[in-house]
Design a protein around this ligand. Sequence first.
Ligand code: FES
Length: 188
Amino acid sequence: MAAVDKSEQAEPAAEGGIRRRDFLNIGAAAAGGVGAVAFLFPLINQMNPSADVLALAQIDVDVGPIQAGQAIKTMWRKQPIFIRNLTPAEQAAANAVDTGSLRDPQTLDERTKEGHRNWLITLGVCTHLGCVPLGAAEGEPKGEFGGYFCPCHGSHYDTAARIRKGPAPRNLEVPEYEFISDTSVRIG
Ligand code: FES
């Protein structure tokens, strides 16, 4: 009669050849996995911005009422934002400029979105020392190039809000934004 291995007797193979000890090991590993996820989730969740922070990070603006030639000023992340509906003449003036002659060379196309070339959206913060330029509100001076004028030290921006004259080193900054409909813009 063949000798019987005692350990085989103590743990008979279950169906499919998996033993009880294997189940225990798998169970322990799975519990460890759940534990790790349960531990990590609060950490990861803590790193996500809260709903009120997200609300501040993005704003939706209805640009429908802004007529060609008009601009509005709004606030985003505690900074002024200019949203301007350029007329065909203002777009043509911006496109007629030799970008090689610019201090901060950029085309109007690079500063606007495809299909929405008339919408110029920039921070309303002069790139010299941070004053708020004039030109977004009705009747304000737009400077020598028809865009914005910073009265603090005399920087002139053109109809693409590019710096053309004065001490500012760069064009008015274009923030992250997208059109979420034909007349609604999400900034941030
Ligand atoms: Fe605008 Fe100096 S802050 S020109």
